[in-house]
Design a binder for this molecule. Structure first.
Ligand code: ZN
Length: 118
């Protein structure tokens, strides 16, 4: 099944191609990062300093543009994503979300702040 993530089990430790493109972009900009960082009950894709970066696949994370959350699974996932966002907000941890469709379009503007802060 495409769009599966490590959260389903079985694929843990195998970052997606989209994440690899984000990693390459960070490399290009000389940004030091950690991958697959355990935070709370989630594994966050990247950590740059204090900033957490999640790369969200359009299907799996039910992007409002391409996969509006209509299925039970999508609604559940969006709930988990919102929980992470509010956890980070409560803890004062900056959380940046970059969508698969933005990465595929070569639009890394969501990460501009991460680079600017270096
Ligand atoms: Zn999308």
């Amino acid at each position: 099944m495409t769009g599966a993530t490590r959260e389903q089990g079985g694929t843990f430790g195998k970052p997606s191609a989209v994440e690899d493109r984000v990693a390459a972009w960070l490399d290009d900009h000389g940004v030091a990062y950690e991958r697959q960082r355990r935070v709370w009950f989630r594994t966050v894709d990247f950590r740059v300093g204090e900033v957490l970066i999640e790369v969200y696949g359009c299907y799996w994370h039910a992007c409002p543009e391409h996969h509006p959350a209509t299925t039970k699974r999508a609604v559940k996932q969006r709930g988990r994503d919102r929980a992470l966002a509010s956890y980070c907000q409560t803890k004062g941890i900056p959380l940046v979300i970059i969508w698969e469709h933005a990465v595929n379009a070569g639009d890394f503007s969501a990460l501009a702040g991460v680079v600017a802060g270096r």
